[in-house]
Design a protein around this ligand. Sequence first.
Ligand SMILES: Cc1cc2nc3c(=O)[nH]c(=O)nc-3n(C[C@H](O)[C@H](O)[C@H](O)COP(=O)(O)OP(=O)(O)OC[C@H]3O[C@@H](n4cnc5c(N)ncnc54)[C@H](O)[C@@H]3O)c2cc1C
Length: 466
Amino acid sequence: MRVAVIGGGPGGYVAAIKAAMMGANVTLIEKRRVGGTCLNVGCIPTKALLASSGMLMGIKEAKDFGIKIDGEITADFAGMMGRKDKIVNQLVKGIEFLFDKKGVKLVNGFGKLIDKNKIEVSKEDGTKEIIEADKVILATGSVPIVPPIFPYDGKKVITSDEALYLDKLPKSMLIVGGGVIGCEFGQFFRTLGTEITIVEMADQVLPFEDADVAKQLQRAFKKDKMKMITGNGIQSCEVKDDGVIAHLNNGKSLEAEIMLVSVGRKPYLENLGIEELGIQTERGKIVVNEKMETNVEGIYAIGDIVDTPFLAHVASKEGMVAVENALGKDRKVSYKAVPRCVYTEPEVAAVGLTEKQAKAMDIKYHVGQFDFRGLGKAQAIGHFQGFIKVLADVDDKIIGASIVGPHATDLLTELTLAVHLGLTVQEVGDVIHPHPTLSEGLMEALHDVHNECVHSVGSEKECAKA
Ligand SMILES: Cc1cc2nc3c(=O)[nH]c(=O)nc-3n(C[C@H](O)[C@H](O)[C@H](O)COP(=O)(O)OP(=O)(O)OC[C@H]3O[C@@H](n4cnc5c(N)ncnc54)[C@H](O)[C@@H]3O)c2cc1C
C-alpha cells in the first residue's frame, strides 16, 4: 500500500513513521523542515527558552536554599536563543534519522493534490515531481491569526514565529491575547527584564481554564510585575519609528517597543487542491469523521486543520488513528481526556471539564481540592504555591481536573488516565502514592472530594458519597 503524507509536523511525521512500521510504502512531503510548527516554532523552542528563564529564576532563589552566589547574574539572551536553536536542530535530525531507519521517503517541496491519488510537489529549484499514492493523509497544520487591525510587519508587530527569532531583548512588549502562547512568552521575556503588558478580551488570562487557576497564575504574574489588562480589547494601533501604540476599547492607549499578536491560529490549507477535489470544509477547517476520513474516499485529515484541539499530542494521536484506518483497521480517537498544559511558573495543567463547563452542561459535580502548601515535598523543594482541583460526577467518576503549581504538567497524567478510563475518586484515591512526592497532592485532593482529606482541615462543602 502506498501512503503519502502532506506536512511533517507532529501529526504528519508520526503518521508517516507509523505507516512505515505497519509495512506501507510511505512518502512524506514537507515544504520546510520536518517537525512542523511544534518542533520548529512552537512547543519545543518555547519550552527550551522557558527552561532558560526558569534556570535564571532558580539561581535568583538560590540564597533561600542556603547557597551564596557572589557576583552579578546576567541573562545572555543570544546564548538562550542559541541553546534553543541547537535543541531544535538536534530534534529535527532525530526525525530525519528515524525516517531513514524506518523507511519513510522524505520529499522536500510544496504538495498539492491534483487528484485523489496524485500529489504534485513543487520544489525549491523550480522542478516538479508527481507522487502517486493509494491513501493520502493531509497534515498541513496552522499559522498565526493576525486580524487586519494589527499592522503586522514581522518587526515591530510580530507573531510567535518572529518572537522566537528576535536578535535583541526588547525593552517593552505589548502582548495581545492572554492565552497559552501569550502567557508563556510574557513570562519568558519578563524574567529577562522586558516590561510586559498582556491585553486580554476575556476577564481572565487562560480564558478556557478554571477561574481559580487563572487567578493563581495572575497573582504570580503580578508579583513579577507583569501588567495584565483583562476584559478589554484593542480598537486600533499604529507603528511608529520607535515602537507601537495601541488604543484600547476603554479609551486608554499603550505604547511598547514590540507588539506580539497571539490571538489564536488558523488551519493552513492554501493551494492544497482541496476545493478542486470537493473535500468538505466548515469554517476553514476540513470536516472528518471519527476515523479521520474526509468525505473523499482514501483521503484523511489530521491535526490543526481539523476541528479538534490545536495541540501536538492530539495531532499525533489523530495521525496514528488515520494510518491504522487507512491500512485496514477500525480505530477512533477519543477526545474525552485531552491534556492541556501551560509551561509557565507556576505551571498549569488540566484535563476534562472545568467547573464553568460542568455548570454550562448542567452536570452535577463534587469538588476536591488540595493546596501544594500542605505537602512535605512541596515545602522541601520550595515551590508550594498552587493547588489541585478534582471534579467528580454524582456517580463518583472523575470528570475533570485542574492543577496550578510545581510540575503540574507532569502530575496531570495520572488524572488524564483516570478521566480516559472513567475511573472513580474511590478507585484512584485508594492507590498508595509514594511519600514524599507532589503526587500525594492528587491523592489528597481526591480524598477531599469525600471530605476525607487527612492533611487539611476540611471544608463546609456538601459531602460526596464514597
Ligand atoms: C508558540 C507555540 C507554542 C506551542 N506549544 C505547544 C505545546 O507546548 N504543546 C502542544 O501540544 N502544542 C503546542 N503548540 C501547538 C502545536 O505546535 C500544534 O498544535 C501542532 O504543531 C500541530 O501539528 P500539525 O502536525 O497538525 O501541524 P504543524 O506542526 O503546523 O505542521 C504542518 C507542517 O506542514 C507543512 N506544510 C503545510 N502545507 C504544506 C504543503 N502544501 N506541502 C508541504 N508541506 C506543507 C508545514 O511546513 C509544517 O511543517 C504550540 C504552538 C505554538 C505556535
